[in-house]
Structure formats: C-alpha cells, structure tokens
Design a protein around this ligand. Structure first.
Ligand code: SAM
Length: 291
C-alpha cells in the first residue's frame, strides 16, 4: 500500500469515504512525503520517543510518526474520521487515536496512563489553524513537560512566535512563548503541499523548554496578563498602555513613574521596543508592589 500522504492516495481515501475536508475544523491534509519526513526529522523522532499528535486527520503524519516512534497518541476531534483512521493505520500497532478536543484533554494524566514505558514525550502536529494559539498556550501552560514541540502553523503566527524586540511581529505572544522556550522556525511549507490548499503559507516551528531561566517570573499568569495589557494598544506609548492596565489616578501614575525611573525606561517608548527581560523585571516589580 502506498503511503497515505501522497496526493493520489489522499484523494482516493477522501473519495472512498465520501469525505470533504471540514473548513470549520481546519482540515487541510498534507500530501508531500518529503515535507513529512522533514517534520519527523525536525523532531528527531526515534524509537525511544512517545509522541502526542493533535489532529491526525486521515493519518498522513501519524503514519510517518508510527514508523519511527515507540508510540503515537493522536487526539482527533472529528468523530467521522475515526473509522477512516482505523482503516488507514490498521498496520501500525503503536498508534492509539483518542476522540477528544485537545483543549479538553488532561495531558499529564493521559501521558502517565498511556505511555507505559518512560522515554521522551514530544508533540508533533500539523495544527488546526483556527486554534493554533490556544493549543500552543495550553501545551505550554499545562503541567506536562514536553521534551520538544514541533508543530505546523500559519506562517504569520510562526513569525510572531519567533519575533525579536523592535520588529513588527514582536508582541505578547513572542514574549510569553520565548520566555518559556527556545523557539525557531525549522522550515516553511507552501500552500500547494495540502489537499485542500489553505489560503496561507505555513511554517514548522520547533519549541524546546529553556532550562535554568536565570530571571524567573514570580507569577506566570500575572506575567501573561501584564504583557498582554502592555500590547493592548500597540500604537500607543508604553506609558499609555501602563495607565490602561493599572489606572490613571494620581497615586497610580506616581507608582508607574517610579517604576519607569527604577528601570530607566523612557515613558514615550513603544511596547515593542522592550526586551523579554525588561517585561519580566517589570512584571515582578509590579507583583511585589501588589499591583
Ligand atoms: N494531521 C493531518 C495532516 O497533516 O494531514 C491533518 C491536519 S489538519 C490541519 C488538522 C486536524 O485537526 C484535522 O484532522 C481536524 O479535524 C483536527 N482538529 C481540529 N480541531 C481539533 C481539536 N480541537 N482537537 C483535536 N483535533 C482537532
């Protein structure tokens, strides 16, 4: 049987099961084996690895993962794809498909019950684009510690994830993700590699946790709220955003001025000019001040 992720076999599977890709679930099936190999290589998948896949679709990426990994646990929300996956992945006995919304999954619990043998746990997926950001934040904020996350997403979101201070794509998502991870774009993928072709180009992003963060945040959720608040009005100054976040009473303005003086930050600066370390220090300072 030829591999699932070729244009001819993918089309044959779609025809056989009378499936049409559901736009509402972000269904775009990869049909380029070369790209799939590069994804599996970017995650350095070996037979010691336990893999979580999000959205196996008709099994194109799952198949390539199953050939190289110890076990693949794939979360698919679309019930109509379950019998298709039973069929397309029948020859792989190291794959388990769970019919669940990934955002509702308790990953630490599932990992400990499903992956009996210890080994690295990696997330490898071609993400549904309508919920890319919630999925990534969920993976990072949950209590499962992944050895690596290698995921495909729209190029525009990938650019925001890796953006550096001062660039147009740098914002709250760049700061929150890069605070937690070493983040890089592994390679880009053209629209033509999918059936149906999405409207946008895509990129593979690789995330691995930063070990030994020397300047940790005191309260991660508060840090996220602070950073988001600072970018609420991107075109306004940092000072304006701080007042939007904390308030404009004379006492608060005084506190905010002291904070800026303390860190030698110009009130007229734009939020995208500050580094991740500066955001961490400011968030911790306001946390100490109980603001
Ligand atoms: N892995 C396949 C491939 O690369 O060809 C399909 C990827 S397709 C971009 C995204 C898949 O995610 C679809 O199969 C879709 O049904 C599934 N999906 C969408 N939302 C989901 C969710 N909340 N939880 C789990 N799977 C979801």
């Amino acid at each position: 049987m030829p591999d699932i992720a070729t244009p001819a076999r993918t089309q044959a599977i779609l025809n056989r099961y009378h499936l049409s890709a559901k736009k509402s679930l972000g269904q775009n099936f990869l049909t380029d084996l070369n790209i799939l190999q590069k994804i599996v290589d970017a995650a350095n998948v070996s037979d010691a690895d336990n893999i979580i896949e999000i959205g196996p679709g008709i099994g194109g990426l799952t198949e390539q993962l199953a050939k190289r990994a110890k076990k693949v646990l794939a979360f698919e929300i679309d019930q109509n794809l379950l019998h298709v996956l039973d069929d397309t992945l029948a020859e792989y006995n190291n794959v388990k498909v769970i019919n669940q919304d990934i955002l509702q999954a308790n990953l630490p619990q599932t990992i400990s019950s499903e992956f009996e043998e210890k080994g690295p746990v990696k997330v490898v997926a071609n993400l549904p684009y309508y919920i890319t950001t919630p999925i990534i934040l969920d993976l990072l904020k949950g209590n499962a510690n992944f050895d690596q996350i290698v995921v495909m997403m729209q190029k525009e979101v990938a650019d925001r994830l890796v953006a550096k201070p001062g660039s147009k794509d740098y914002g709250s998502l760049s700061i929150i993700i890069q605070y937690l991870n070493n983040t890089e774009i592994a390679f880009e993928v053209p629209r033509t590699s999918f059936i149906p072709a999405p409207k946008v180009n895509s990129a593979i992003v690789s995330l691995s946790s930063r070990e030994n963060i020397d300047n940790p945040v005191f309260d991660f959720d508060k840090f996220c709220g602070f950073v988001r608040g600072c970018f609420l009005h991107r075109r306004k100054t940092f000072w304006n955003n701080l007042q939007g976040l904390f308030g404009k009473t004379p006492e608060i303005k005084n506190e905010l001025k002291l904070a800026l003086q303390n860190f030698d930050i110009d009130a007229g600066i734009r939020p995208e000019k500050l580094s991740i370390d500066e955001y961490v220090e400011l968030a911790n300072y306001f946390h100490d001040k109980k603001m």
